[in-house]
Design a protein around this ligand. Structure first.
Ligand code: AMP
Length: 334
């Protein structure tokens, strides 16, 4: 099974208490793709300017990622983001966002990208996410990420995009902002209701049935109609740069799910239906996907930008997943 992802492909300028980079490879789609490629085939859709280097494209290509739909816009400038972190690495300040080539971008997906069974709408303008969604009407599993900026300036379009997905992955504060609910579980329940009410149900009878709330250094929570699950972040002594951790988390989560769907390993026992592929995903599978997502994100933050994940191996992922399993188990109840 293959995964198509649309989202930012960027140059990032980042400063943390532990150092800085003035122009490094970044972007939601890039971080996502590098993580998901450990599990399945990934095709990236998005524009870059003619300032985007061949060596940056090679980072994706070297991981076997299909960059056939990365469009180079002549005379355009690559998306640029500048951010700064203080000692609390959970919160950051955005100092500059330049959409560049994303402004007015009209994605034309190749037949290969349109044929993917899994679609990830990484963080970018919701109109663009909807445009790509419309080009994969038969995808088996569709997930979406977003951020406060789009909640603030394009909420209606974002809600429409979410209603056409099976899974929403969002920071917990943004989930509360999106729904205007004070608490994570009630916020997740609100989004789950967007898919099951007759009034708001999409024409295809779909709507989100899996909600993942990312909680930075505190881990992540999974809410379906029937169940709740949460994992702490993998305990690291050294965190250098959290940029891209959320997208790397999403890459681990969706990549693991896509690979399991391909091998028929969705498992019995729907996690909380609503139709679509998510009805085929067992609670156990979703939990394992959460664990792999947590592991991938933990590697991402060990160095700046994509530097750590670029040299990561599958063996390191498997070893850390086993450690995470060991430290999150307990017995003796019931
Ligand atoms: P994360 O730390 O996982 O939230 O993602 C950080 C990445 O998101 C960076 O590499 C940025 O290039 C990218 N990014 C920041 N702001 C935006 C935005 N408004 N739209 C799309 N991508 C963004």
């Amino acid at each position: 099974m293959s995964i198509t992802v649309v989202g930012s492909i960027a140059y990032d300028a980042v400063k943390t208490p532990f150092g800085e980079r003035e122009r490094m490879l970044g972007g939601a789609a890039v971080h996502f793709a590098l993580a998901a490629a450990f599990f399945d085939d990934v095709r990236v859709v998005g524009p870059v300017g003619d300032d985007f280097g061949e060596s940056e494209l090679a980072v994706l290509r070297d991981r076997g990622i299909d960059i056939g739909d990365v469009e180079r816009i002549a005379g355009g400038k690559t998306f640029f983001w500048r951010g700064k972190y203080g000692w609390d690495l959970n919160s950051r300040e955005t100092l500059d966002t330049q959409l560049g080539v994303f402004e007015g971008f009209q994605p034309k997906l190749s037949p290969r990208s349109r044929a993917s069974d899994v679609l990830f709408l990484a963080n970018i303008q919701p109109d663009l996410q909807r445009d790509v969604r419309a080009q994969l009407p038969d995808a088996r599993f569709v997930a979406l990420d977003s951020m406060n900026l789009w909640i603030e300036i394009a909420r209606d379009s974002l809600v429409d995009a979410i209603e056409q997905c099976d899974c929403l992955i969002l920071n917990d504060a943004e989930l509360r902002q999106l729904t205007d609910k004070p608490n994570l579980v009630s916020a997740a329940r609100e989004v789950l209701s967007w898919g099951d009410g007759a009034s708001r149900r999409t024409a295809r009878g779909r709507g989100p049935s899996v909600i993942v709330a990312k909680q930075g250094e505190y881990g992540a929570a999974l809410v379906t109609r029937e169940r709740f699950f949460a994992l702490p972040a993998y305990p690291l002594e050294t965190v250098i740069d959290p940029t891209g951790a959320g997208d790397t988390f999403a890459g681990g989560f969706i990549g693991y799910i896509a690979a399991s769907l391909a091998s028929g390993g969705g498992g019995a026992g729907a996690s909380g239906g609503g139709g679509g592929a998510s009805g085929e995903l067992s609670d156990e599978l979703l939990r394992r996907a959460m664990a792999h997502a947590t592991v991938l994100a933990s590697f991402n933050v060990e160095r700046f930008g994509t530097e750590r994940v670029e040299c990561l191996t599958r063996e390191e992922i498997d070893a850390r997943a086993a450690e995470l399993h060991a430290i999150t188990q307990f017995s003796g109840v019931g």
